[in-house]
Design a protein around this ligand. Structure first.
Ligand code: T68
Length: 807
C-alpha cells in the first residue's frame, strides 16, 4: 500500500473508533481515548492480517504448534505492534495532525503482567519470533483479571497491591463468543458395559465455561501474526434459574463466584510449588479448554484424528500444563473411542516439554487425593498410565525396584508432574547447555538411561527487536550505520559489529549512547522522586528475589565496601550506583527481609554526604517489563551471581549484554555460553562451578567456618546485627550462620564472597580505562547474536516440533 493510503486508513480507523466508542472527534479526544482508538485501529489491522495468514496455513495443511503456558509476561503492546507492523512513521504523522505524540500514547498503556518473571517473559518473546518467522503457531494461557501484584515499599517492607490492568489492557482482547468450551470438575465416574464395550460416564460434575479472548502479536516485517488465546471462566451451572424465575434475584446472584475465581489472579511465586486447589483448577482449566479447542479445530479441518500427531505439536512450558497429557488421553479414548495404546501413542507423539528449573521446591507434586477429588477421570487415567509405565520399566529392568520407584509417576500419594511430563512426551529440553546436562545427569538421570534420545537442549533467547531496537533507538541507529539493518531479521548479523572493536569513533559513540541512556533513566526515576547520578557507574541486579539468585551476596559486598569507606573516607573509587529491582513472592519471608536490608542500607548511605557521593544503593520499586525496557539500555555492569547449578538459564543476562553491559557472574545457566560467546577476557567470572558446589555440599558445607576464619566476612556479617538506619538484621545473620535446619547460608554466599569482592575490584580497574571497557562492551553486543529468540525458535521448530515457516 502507498504511504498516503496507509495514512488514510489509519486516520479513518482512529476517527471511526473515537466516534463509535466515545462520540467525539479527534480534536476532542483525551490522551487515554486516543491511545484506545489507536490500539483498536492496530487490532483491526492485525485481525485482518491474521485472517490472511490463517488462510494460507489452512491451504498448506501445515503442521502447527500450540504453546501452552500458565504465564505470558506480555508488557505493553502498542509500541511493539506499531514497530513490528512498520507503521511508526505513519502513526506519528497522522497523530501530529491533532497534536498528539505517539510516545505519550504508549504511556497510557498498562503492562499486561500475566507472568512472574523469566518463564512468562520467554513465552512472550517466543510469540514474537514465531510471528516474525511466519511459523503456524498459537499460544494458550489464562486471562487473569489481576496480573502479578504491584509492589509498594513502605519503610523497606514490600507490600502487595492488586494489579488492575484490564481497563486499558482490554482493548487488545478480542472476545470469541463462538468458541466456548465446557470444563468439568469434581463429580464421580461410572463405568458401564454396553454392546459397544466399556463406556466411561462422568456424573454430578461441576461445569465451568471457558471463553477465549485473543491477543494478536504482529511479526516484524512479515506476514505472520501470532494469536495468544487467553481463557476466562464463566459460571454456567451454579446459576439458580428457579430463584431467578421466581423473582428472587438476591438468591440467584449468590454462588456465582466459584467459576470466576479460576481466572481471578496469577499465583505470584516463581520457582516454587504452590499445592493449592485453586491453582490445580487453573491448570486443568487452561489445559482442558485448550486441548478441546485444538482437537475441534483439527477435526474441522481434516475430519479425522488419525493424522493428529502429524499435524499438531503441543508444547508444555514447564510442568504447569502437564495435565494436557491425561486430558488428551481422555478425549481420544472417551470421546473418540481410541484404545489405550492408540491414544498413548498419539499423545506421546504430540507432546513436548521444557523444564525450567532443578530446584527441588519448584518441582510440582500434587496430592493424589486432591486430583482424584477435583478431576476424577483424569486421576483414573494418570493411575493407569503409571501402572502401565511402571510395568514396562519392570520388564526392562527386572528387580531394579529402586529405579522404578524413582521414575514412578505416583509415589507416596503424590503425583510427580515432571515424571508424568517426561513419560508422556517425545522430547524434553533444558534451557541452557549447563542446565540440560544437569537434567540428564541428575534430575532425570533414570529417564535418560531409558530414553537418552528424548533429551536435548535449546538455549533461551530474547526478542532482540523489543529489547534492542525498540528499547535502545540510539544504539540501533549506530548499528544500522555500521553493519546495516539485516540483523533485525537475522540476529546472526549482529556478529558483524565485531569488526569495529578497534574503531575509536565507534567506541566513543558507544560510550556516549550509554551515557544518554543513563541520563534518560535518571530523569525517569527523578519523576518518581528517586535521585540517581548518571555520572556514576550503573551496577544492576534486576530479577525476581530468590535465595538462589543471591541478591544477599550483592548486599553483603556493598556492606563490605561501605565499611571500607567508613574506615577510609578518602578512598579513591569511581562513583557507583548499585541498582536493585526485584519482586518477592508475598509469603517469602527471607526474600522480603533482603529487600528491607537493601532499603535500609540505602537509607544509611544516603545520610552520609561524603559516602553518598561515592556509592549509592537504589531499590527500584515495582519492577516490570516496561521498567526493564528503560533499565537494560542504561546498565553498565550486569550482576548474574546465582549459585552455580541453580539458575536454569537467565534471560536478563542476555538483555543487558545486547545493550552493551558487561556481565559479572558465576558459571551458571546461560552465563556459561555468554562466556563462550565473548571470551573469558570480556566478562567477569567468579565463584565455584556447579560441580564444585555439589562436591562442597556433599562434604558438608559449614558457613560458620567462613565466619570464624575470615575477619572481613565476620565484620560484614556482624554488621547485620548492628544494623542500618536504626534497623537490625538479626534474622539474616541467623539465616547465614545458624540456619533453619542447622544449615546456615544454604546458597553459599560466604563461600563465594571473597572471590566476588576480587572480581568487582577487577571490574572497577577496567572501568577506569574507558576505551578498554567500551571495546569489551562492543564485543558483548556483537556476541549477543546467538541469544536471539529467533534462533531458539528455529531450533524448537526443526528439532522438536517438526514445523516449517509458511514460506
Ligand atoms: C525461569 N523460571 C528460570 N519460573 O528461573 C530462569 N516457576 O533461569 C530461566 O531463564 C527462565 O525461567 C526461562 O527459561 C521461572 O521464571 C517461574 O516464573 C515460575 C512460575 C510459576 C511456578 C514456578
Amino acid at each position: 500500500m502507498e504511504v498516503t493510503e496507509l495514512k488514510d486508513e489509519i486516520r479513518n480507523g482512529i476517527t471511526n473508533k473515537l466516534s463509535r466508542h466515545y462520540g467525539i472527534s479527534a480534536e476532542e479526544a483525551t490522551t487515554s481515548q486516543m491511545y484506545k482508538a489507536c490500539a483498536r485501529t492496530v487490532l483491526d489491522i492485525l485481525l485482518e492480517k491474521r485472517a490472511k495468514f490463517n488462510k494460507q496455513i489452512k491451504r498448506n495443511h501445515s503442521k502447527k504448534v500450540y504453546y501452552l503456558c500458565m504465564e505470558f509476561l506480555v508488557g505493553r503492546s502498542l509500541k511493539n505492534n506499531v514497530y513490528n507492523l512498520g507503521l511508526k512513521d505513519e502513526f506519528e504523522d497522522v497523530l501530529s495532525e491533532w497534536d498528539f505524540k505517539l510516545e505519550d500514547l504508549y504511556e497510557e498503556e498498562p503492562d499486561a503482567g500475566l507472568g512472574n518473571g523469566g518463564l512468562g517473559r520467554l513465552a512472550s518473546c517466543f510469540m514474537d519470533s514465531l510471528a516474525t518467522m511466519e511459523y503456524p503457531a498459537m499460544g494458550y494461557s489464562i486471562c487473569y483479571e489481576y496480573g502479578l501484584f504491584k509492589q509498594k515499599i513502605v519503610d523497606g517492607w514490600q507490600m502487595e497491591l492488586p494489579d488492575i490492568w484490564l481497563p486499558g489492557g482490554d482493548v487488545w482482547l478480542n472476545k470469541r463468543n463462538d468458541l466456548t468450551f465446557q470444563v468439568k470438575f469434581q463429580g464421580r465416574i461410572e463405568e458401564k458395559w454396553s454392546d459397544k464395550g466399556l463406556k466411561i460416564e462422568h456424573l454430578d460434575y461441576d461445569e465451568v465455561e471457558a471463553v477465549p479472548f485473543d491477543m494478536m502479536i504482529s511479526g516484524a516485517d512479515s506476514e505472520g501474526v501470532s494469536v495468544l488465546r487467553l481463557w476466562r471462566a464463566r459460571d454456567i451451572k451454579n446459576f439458580d434459574m428457579n430463584s431467578f424465575a421466581q423473582g428472587d434475584y438476591e438468591r440467584a446472584m449468590m454462588e456465582n463466584t466459584s467459576a470466576e475465581l479460576i481466572n481471578k489472579v496469577l499465583y505470584p511465586s516463581d520457582n516454587h510449588f504452590e499445592g493449592k486447589t485453586l491453582r490445580l483448577r487453573q491448570q486443568y482449566f487452561l489445559v482442558s479448554a485448550s486441548v478441546q479447542n485444538i482437537v475441534r479445530e483439527h477435526l474441522n479441518q481434516y475430519g479425522t484424528l488419525a493424522n493428529f500427531s502429524e499435524k499438531v505439536a503441543i508444547h508444555i512450558n514447564d510442568t504447569h500444563p502437564t495435565l494436557c497429557i491425561p486430558e488428551l488421553m481422555r478425549i481420544f479414548m472417551d470421546e473418540h473411542n481410541y484404545t489405550w495404546d492408540e491414544a498413548y501413542k498419539m499423545v506421546t507423539e504430540t507432546v513436548t516439554y521444557t523444564n525450567h528449573t532443578v530446584l527441588a521446591e519448584a518441582l510440582e507434586k500434587w496430592s493424589a487425593g486432591l486430583i482424584q477429588q477435583q478431576l476424577p477421570r483424569i486421576y483414573g487415567i494418570i493411575k493407569e498410565l503409571n501402572e502401565r509405565f511402571c510395568h514396562s520399566l519392570w520388564l526392562k529392568y527386572p528387580g531394579n525396584w529402586e529405579m522404578v520407584e524413582r521414575m514412578s509417576i505416583i509415589s507416596h500419594n503424590q503425583v510427580r508432574m515432571a515424571n508424568l511430563a517426561v513419560a508422556g512426551s517425545n522430547c524434553v529440553n533444558g534451557v541452557s547447555k549447563l542446565h540440560s546436562e544437569i537434567l540428564k545427569d541428575d534430575v532425570f538421570a533414570d529417564f535418560n538411561r531409558v530414553n537418552p534420545e528424548k533429551f536435548t537442549n535449546v538455549t533461551n533467547g530474547i526478542a532482540h527487536r523489543r529489547w534492542l531496537c525498540q528499547s535502545n533507538p540510539e544504539l540501533t541507529e549506530l548499528l544500522d550505520e555500521c553493519i546495516g539493518d539485516a540483523y533485525k531479521k537475522d540476529a546472526k548479523r549482529l556478529g558483524d559489529f565485531r569488526r569495529y572493536h578497534s574503531n575509536k569513533a565507534v567506541l566513543q559513540q558507544l560510550e556516549k549512547i550509554k551515557y544518554n541512556n543513563k541520563v534518560r533513566f535518571a530523569e525517569l526515576m527523578d519523576k518518581k522522586g528517586v535521585t540517581i547520578d548518571p555520572q556514576s557507574m550503573f551496577v544492576v541486579q534486576a530479577k525476581r528475589l530468590h535465595e538462589y539468585k543471591r541478591q544477599l551476596l550483592n548486599a553483603l559486598r556493598i556492606i563490605s565496601l561501605y565499611l571500607d569507606l567508613k574506615d577510609n573516607p578518602n578512598m579513591e573509587i569511581a562513583p557507583q550506583t548499585f541498582l536493585f529491582a526485584a519482586k518477592a513472592a508475598p509469603g517469602y519471608y527471607i526474600a522480603k527481609e533482603v529487600i528491607k536490608l537493601i532499603c535500609h542500607l540505602s537509607a544509611e548511605i544516603e545520610k552520609d554526604p561524603i559516602m553518598r557521593e561515592k556509592i549509592r544503593v537504589v531499590f527500584l520499586e515495582n519492577y516490570c517489563v516496561t521498567m526493564a525496557e528503560h533499565l537494560m539500555p542504561a546498565t553498565e555492569l550486569s550482576e548474574q551471581i546465582s549459585l552455580a547449578g541453580k539458575e536454569a538459564s537467565g534471560t536478563g543476562n542476555m538483555k543487558m549484554m545486547i545493550n552493551g553491559a558487561l556481565t559479572l557472574g558465576t558459571m551458571d545457566g546461560a552465563n556459561v555460553e555468554i562466556t563462550e560467546a565473548v571470551g573469558r577476557d570480556n566478562i567477569f567470572i567468579f565463584g565455584m562451578h556447579a560441580n564444585e558446589v555439589e562436591r562442597r555440599w556433599k562434604e558438608g558445607y559449614a558457613a560458620s567456618s567462613y565466619y570464624h576464619n575470615n575477619a572481613k566476612i565476620r565484620r560484614v556479617v556482624d554488621q547485620l546485627r548492628i544494623g542500618f538506619n536504626g534497623e537490625s538484621f538479626e534474622t539474616i545473620y541467623r539465616y547465614l550462620i545458624v540456619g533453619e535446619y542447622g544449615i546456615g547460608d544454604p546458597y553459599m554466599c560466604l563461600a563465594d564472597f571473597e572471590d566476588y569482592l576480587k572480581v568487582h575490584q577487577n571490574a572497577m580497574e577496567v572501568y577506569k580505562d574507558q576505551l578498554k571497557w567500551n571495546k569489551m562492551s562492543l564485543i558483548n553486543i556483537a556476541g549477543a547474536e546467538r541469544f536471539a529468540a529467533d534462533r531458539s525458535i528455529e531450533e524448537y521448530a526443526d528439532r522438536i516440533w517438526g514445523i516449517s515457516p509458511l514460506k
